[in-house]
Design a protein around this ligand. Sequence first.
Ligand code: ADP
Ligand code: MG
Length: 363
Amino acid sequence: MATIQMKGVTKSYGLLDVIHGVDLRIEEGEFVALVGPSGCGKSTMLRMIAGLETISNGQIAFDDEVVNDMTPSERGISMVFQSYALYPHLSVRKNLSFGLENLRMPREEIRTRVAEAARMLELDDYLDRKPKALSGGQRQRVAIGRAIVRQPRVFLFDEPLSNLDAKLRVQTRGEITRLHKQLGTTMIYVTHDPVEAMTMAKKIVVLIGGHIEQVGRPLDLFERPANLFVAGFIGSPRMNIFDATVIGTEGEVLRVRSAETGDMLVPLPGMAPGRAVKIGLRPSHFALGEEAGEGAQSLIVDQVESLGHETYIYGRLNGTGTTTIIHVQNHLEAEPGDTLPAAPRGGHVHLFDASSGLRLGGA
Ligand code: ADP
Ligand code: MG
């Protein structure tokens, strides 16, 4: 187990700056998800931590020891990739033991470690099979087993579930979090899928365009996104964002107005009237139909997706051109072209500065 500390870490490929100066501390035994859209630099970050990629500037330390010039094996990391890369001609047992035999580890120790990993990953019955006789999920478990037997100080996962179908992904997600509880080893888990990050990790690092935009617990990111990038990335379907203007301060609250939502009150003091802001409202934070009550806005329905127990409605509010997504927890009878009353639920408004995109507050 190790703490990992990154200070001012940058990475450029020639003229292309990919990582723009990252400061990050990961505690011993922590399970951290590194999440961001494709191409934002997640694999590059992980490979720099692993020692598979040099860093352009800055410092990476494991347990206060600078590892900048150390190889992956000197750092004591194990990495699991999206492609399992198992040896096709070797049995599962041999795939698990191969790396340890190369290290000239005593046979008895290898046997113990392989047996232990096989038990943890429920691979006991498959040890004599070749990879081609395994399902995709079992193959990925072998790849994880191969990482476990090395007893690393740090586990690094780079989108390990992307090749699995939806059901297996959910199952393997659970297995990896269970594994972390059993082993207690520091783990960094890279994914482009915010749902995977939210369900697996206690701490999430949001990386967008090579910048860390926010570090926090899943609920923090959801309830208090630091800026419009995070607001738009965490949560599915994505948060609705509307251009708005500050009308004025009324005691302890601020009156803001957008064409889509009408006037909204946000518990934020002192802001100049006329200031350009953005209102953020999650799809589940609207009341629709009869529930919307007095003074509701009007939604023109463009598209309806009913899943039986819940409904997603895509439409436009108050004759604007902004596509708005609303999610209700029941079946809602509506057709494209219908007009429905819609009201933002108080207490769930996010407010951002229009030019910097930074969070101003909300409730
Ligand atoms: P992610 O894993 O988040 O999808 P990557 O870390 O793989 O993103 O890539 C980040 C950026 O760096 C991308 O623009 C990618 O094209 C670029 N990149 C990655 N590896 C190299 C390389 N070896 N040479 C040049 N550019 C690279
Ligand atoms: Mg990647």
